[in-house]
Unconditional design. Structure first.
Length: 566
């Protein structure tokens, strides 16, 4: 329940404080006194967008405050606790609107607009000209059906599933586009992979082959050089080894004369053995020398193949190996695209089945709910002097076409975040007239009563404790105003009602009556609000009946009206 409302430096209001009570709170006053400004202030405190243009001329900031009493165990109390606020303290909302930035405080703590909207979402309902226009929009009519039928949670499931599908569709589209772009690239990569693998290269192969090529090209020269070396060392007459052996024998004879020559003789013997080993190694090398033109051609062909690979994929065989690894990774990634596409399509298929089931279930329940709601609306309108009115709710869908995303449709209908249904409120206020859409037929007075009828019905399913009516009397008067007043009084038994009205037939039913007026003080217009006593209330009802000039008859009529509220 709204207990206190404080407004400072807002439009033509410099400082205004209102204490509301439960029951039906009536606000009346001359046109332009500032009643709509109070509604604007309440909207801001409930989370609507702030506008620096609303700051009172000459002031730097506008300040708005509202204190709500919060029922224990209510949904709002739970939301407050989840966000670190204590509902037992009540809910104090403060908004400071300035020309550079706006601030929001909840129970003294700085808060965001998102947090404010989260907490105030079901705190109060304001029904004014905006609500009248809102009623004419089909998407809002659908929301009323869901609210009345307690289908909001099912609708949220549909919305959640819908928004889970959207990014998956985008991802699938991107994956398929990526795969299509890679189609030609795959052919190139697979060719390159095959070319490198078929070459069967080994690390350092080109260096080894280059050395082999040099040996093969110079085989004859090598053979001649090594062969003559073997001859000179060992095989030819007078070869080095033979001459060393002869030297050794001479020194051995001399060593018998002078033992000092023994070590020299031994070293000559070792040198002869060492030269024999070298000659043997050279003979082995000689035997391995290939003079093979066929092998030379094979080696040069292989080197040519390796050179081509290095020119295409780098400057060395190491670069070719790195390129092959890169190709393998890229092809693996492209192969994974197919797996990702298959996985995404499976997820989408499962979610689509779930979405269709939820949407169809929601539609079925909506149709049952709509039939009940239509009957209740007709009954409520009957109590509001529209007893012959026919009211129906028609259902339709958006048919699928070639542009429809298949994962967001049934076989026949497009699915949106609210389901498959498009609905229209149809009304025939006059007997014999056909049913027509609400936005094409009703007068201002009829629309006001339809809004009130729906509020009366939906109030039983709404969690809100406070309902504000602005311009509920638009287009009505006389006996109709009387029944509207009775309806508001009836609603006030279950909700705190705040009603701005120009009609005494409605105002007389108030449990509490406030007068809003404006005065010029020191050259500035300011708005004030006064809770009326019983005697003051009689005068205000008289003013509403006959204007500023009150006669005895008008006062008596006003007194009689206040005494006749049964």
């Amino acid at each position: 329940m709204l207990q206190e409302l404080s407004i400072r430096n807002f439009a033509i209001i410099d400082d205004l404080q209102i204490s509301f009570s439960d029951g039906l709170n009536i606000l009346s006053g001359e046109t332009g006194a500032g009643k709509s400004i109070i509604i604007n202030a309440a909207n801001l405190l409930l989370g609507s967008r702030a506008n620096a243009g609303l700051i009172r001329t000459g002031s730097q900031t506008a300040e708005l405050e509202a204190l709500f009493q919060i029922a224990k165990q209510s949904a709002i109390a739970g939301i407050m606790e989840e966000n670190g606020f204590h509902p037992e303290e009540g809910l104090l909302i403060r908004r400071i609107v300035s020309k550079d930035r706006h601030r929001i405080y909840i129970n003294g703590h700085l808060a965001t607009t998102q947090t404010l909207n989260l907490i105030t979402g079901n705190l109060a309902s304001i029904s004014g000209q905006h609500a009248h226009q809102r009623l004419l929009k089909e998407e809002n009519q659908l929301e009323m059906i869901d609210q009345f039928g307690d289908l909001i949670s099912l609708r949220d499931e549909v919305s959640g599933c819908f928004h889970e599908i959207i990014p998956l569709i985008r991802n699938l589209t991107n994956l398929k586009a990526k795969k299509a772009r890679h189609a030609e690239q795959v052919q190139l990569l697979e060719f390159q992979q095959k070319e490198i693998r078929q070459a069967s290269i080994t690390p350092g192969e080109d260096v080894a082959l280059e050395q082999e090529r040099i040996l093969l090209k110079n085989a004859e020269e090598l053979f001649q050089a090594v062969h003559s070396s073997v001859e000179a060392l060992y095989s030819a007459q007078g070869a080095a080894v033979e001459r060393l052996v002869a030297v050794k024998k001479e020194l051995e004879k001399a060593s018998r004369i002078d033992p000092v020559l023994v070590p020299k003789t031994e070293r000559i013997a070792e040198a002869a053995i060492y030269l024999e080993d070298i000659a043997e190694a050279l003979r082995t090398y000689l035997n391995n020398i290939q003079i093979d033109e066929t092998r030379l051609e094979a080696v040069e062909a292989r080197l040519d193949t390796l050179a081509k690979l290095k020119r295409k994929y780098g400057t060395s065989l190491e670069d070719v190996f790195l390129k092959l690894e890169s190709i393998d990774r890229e092809l693996s990634g492209i192969d994974n695209l197919s797996e990702d596409i298959a996985d995404t399509e499976k997820k989408l298929s499962d979610l689509h089945d779930k979405l269709v089931k939820l949407a169809v279930t929601l539609s079925t329940k909506r149709k049952r709910t709509a039939a009940i709601l239509a009957g209740k609306v007709e009954k409520e309108l009957g109590t509001l002097k529209m007893s012959q009115t026919k009211f129906e709710i028609s259902f339709g869908t958006v048919p699928v076409d070639e542009h429809t995303e298949p994962y967001l449709a049934t076989q026949e209908s497009v699915i949106t975040e609210t389901g498959i249904d498009r609905i229209t409120f149809l009304i025939a206020p006059n007997v014999g007239e056909p049913l027509k859409p609400l936005n094409s037929i009703v007068s201002g007075g009829e629309l006001s009563r339809i809004v009130l009828a729906l509020k009366a019905i939906l109030a039983k399913s709404e969690a809100v404790q406070t309902i504000v009516f602005d311009e509920v009397d638009a287009g009505i008067g006389g006996s109709v105003a009387e029944v509207v007043g009775k309806k508001l009084s009836s609603l006030a038994r279950h909700h705190q009602i705040i009603c701005i009205t120009h009609l005494p037939q409605i105002a007389k039913f108030g449990d509490h009556h406030f007068n809003i007026s404006k005065h010029v003080v020191r050259g500035r217009t300011r708005t004030t609000i006064t809770r009326l006593t019983e005697s003051e209330r009689v005068k205000e009802i008289a003013r509403m009946l006959g204007g500023e000039k009150m006669t005895r008859a008008t006062l008596e009529h006003a007194h009689e009206m206040l005494n006749n509220t049964v």
